[in-house]
Design a protein around this ligand. Structure first.
Ligand SMILES: [Zn+2]
Length: 136
């Protein structure tokens, strides 16, 4: 997979200065939003290990890696918009991020609108769960 120049998470930063340090395990995401962005970019790039690792251990389904793998094969992510954040900062233990991610499934264009919850585990941010909203 070629290294993208602009980060797929839509930050306007280069991938090397945005999500890549997290994907390379050189740095930890400092906020829930940074983790959320790096997970979105993992979906785009197909980084299944990173997605599993950044899922909170108590929320890891047995077939999680397979489930992620299946989305890589069927879904082409287009872009990410962060709608709102609640807590999830360097001093917080939990956080919420609302986002809209648009994608193509076959020729059908859809938007995944989710309110995600994040929790720290051993000090690092992890995805806990999310509520998917109906799309208008
Ligand atoms: Zn990024």
């Amino acid at each position: 997979m070629p290294t993208p120049t602009n980060c797929p998470c839509g930050s306007d930063l280069a991938y090397a200065e945005c999500c890549q340090p997290f994907h390379d395990r050189r740095e930890k995401a400092p906020t829930a939003q940074a983790l959320m962005r790096s997970r979105y970019t993992s979906y785009v790039l197909g980084l299944v290990d990173y997605l599993v690792e950044t899922t909170h251990p108590s929320a890891r389904a047995r077939d999680l890696a397979t489930a992620y793998q299946q989305t890589f094969e069927t879904i082409q992510w287009i872009d990410l918009k962060i709608c709102s954040t609640f807590q999830g900062g360097p001093a917080d233990k939990t956080g919420k991020v609302e986002f809209k991610a648009s994608y193509l499934q076959g020729s059908r264009h859809s938007v995944h609108h989710e309110h995600s919850r994040f929790k720290r585990y051993k000090g690092d941010w992890h995805y806990f769960d999310g509520v998917v909203s109906d799309q208008k």
